[in-house]
Design a protein around this ligand. Structure first.
Ligand SMILES: [Zn+2]
Length: 354
């Protein structure tokens, strides 16, 4: 029986050496050390041994089992280490590879322009106020001195939500809202007069317009309003000249042409010298040397009064400009629809400004 055990040990160890995978050594383990393995088979024969021989052979069986398990353990560790090294090699990160470029978007040119315009007016002491796009008929028209059935309403047909609620046709209702809020605040505080105002208000407005190269049913405006004591037309002109020079260039001149708006009196269209020809006349300015940049005027006394400002004490000026028109001039874009179609080729031209 001893010989049997020695040759089994010999045979098993020889047999283990050429095994070349974890699976293979596991098969080997089952074959020699498993429940139906060869060592167990020898153990079963121990019943035939004498009482003196039994513990001696039992000890020998244990020694053989220990030796085989030790050999198996070493082999197993060898394979596991090799496997781990292989995995580490495969998962190694090559830090010298170029990274994947992340595609970075850009701010929409209209928003860039609004931000630039806001910066200019913030520098002049204005604050930025926003108003709702769904507006009461009262604020959009009546408070701006356009009563029901006024002919000026025809030029600003819009989308109605109800009889009294509409998509605002202009940013001007923000004037009425701000003045009204200041008046209410003054009344609540027991002040004799409401506080002066210096605001601009950018936002989207709506008209029932057929969309073409220069018209869109929705577009952006920026409204400006100054109300204080002793505000004069020269304040309006000086403010707008400062604005025009910062947007279009230092050499720009502005001129005022008489016009009509229901909520200003007198009213004026404001022209700037053509950015393209500098005022000598070209195709862009249709040979006149001037380009209209916005509408403006002195706040109509009725508008002041409706909003709780005493027109014998206060005066003011207001202006409104189309953001798209200004952007088209500033960036030389010819079709207004380019701003809404999100054509990446157009938008990418504005990337560098981020
Ligand atoms: Zn020109």
């Amino acid at each position: 029986m001893r010989e049997q055990l020695y040759s089994l040990k010999e045979q098993a160890l020889t047999d283990l050496q050429p095994q070349d995978s974890l699976q293979a050594i596991n098969d080997w383990k089952v074959k020699y050390l498993g429940k139906k393995g060869e060592l167990t088979a020898i153990l079963r024969g121990m019943g035939a041994l004498s009482a003196e021989e039994r513990p001696v052979v039992g000890q020998l069986v244990n020694d053989v089992r220990d030796a085989l398990e030790l050999a198996y353990g070493e082999k197993e560790a060898e394979f596991k280490k090799a496997e781990r090294n292989k995995r580490l090699a495969e998962e190694a990160i090559d830090v010298s590879l170029p990274g994947r470029a992340i595609s970075v978007g850009s701010e929409h040119p209209l928003n860039q322009l609004i931000r630039d315009i806001e910066d200019i007016f913030l520098g002049l002491g204005f604050t930025v106020v926003e108003g709702p796009e769904v507006e009461y008929d009262y604020f959009n028209f009546e408070a701006m001195n356009v009563p029901k059935n006024h002919p000026a309403r025809d030029m600003q047909d819009t989308f109605y939500i109800t009889e009294e609620l509409l998509m605002r046709t202009q940013t001007s209702p923000v004037q009425a809202r701000v003045m009204g809020a200041k008046s209410a605040e003054a009344r609540a505080n027991g002040q004799e007069h409401p506080d002066p105002i210096r605001i601009i208000s950018p936002g989207r407005v709506y008209r029932r317009d057929d969309d073409d190269a220069t018209h869109s049913h929705a577009f952006m405006q920026i409204e400006g309003l100054v109300v204080d004591r002793n505000i004069r037309m020269s304040d309006l002109k000086g403010t707008l000249l400062t604005f025009a020079r910062q947007i279009f260039g230092e050499s720009v001149q502005v001129r005022l042409r008489p016009s009509y708006f229901p909520f200003t009196e007198p009213s004026t269209e404001v022209d700037a010298t053509c950015h393209n020809c500098g005022g000598t006349g070209c195709r862009t300015c249709k040979g006149t040397g001037w380009i209209e940049i916005l509408g403006a005027g002195m706040v109509h006394p009725s508008v002041l009064e409706l909003a709780g400002y005493d027109p014998t004490v206060f005066s003011g000026f207001a202006f409104g400009m189309g953001v798209e028109r200004t952007a088209m001039r500033r960036y030389g874009i010819e079709d207004i629809r380019g701003f809404y179609q999100n054509d990446v080729r157009l938008m990418q031209n504005f990337k560098s400004r981020m």
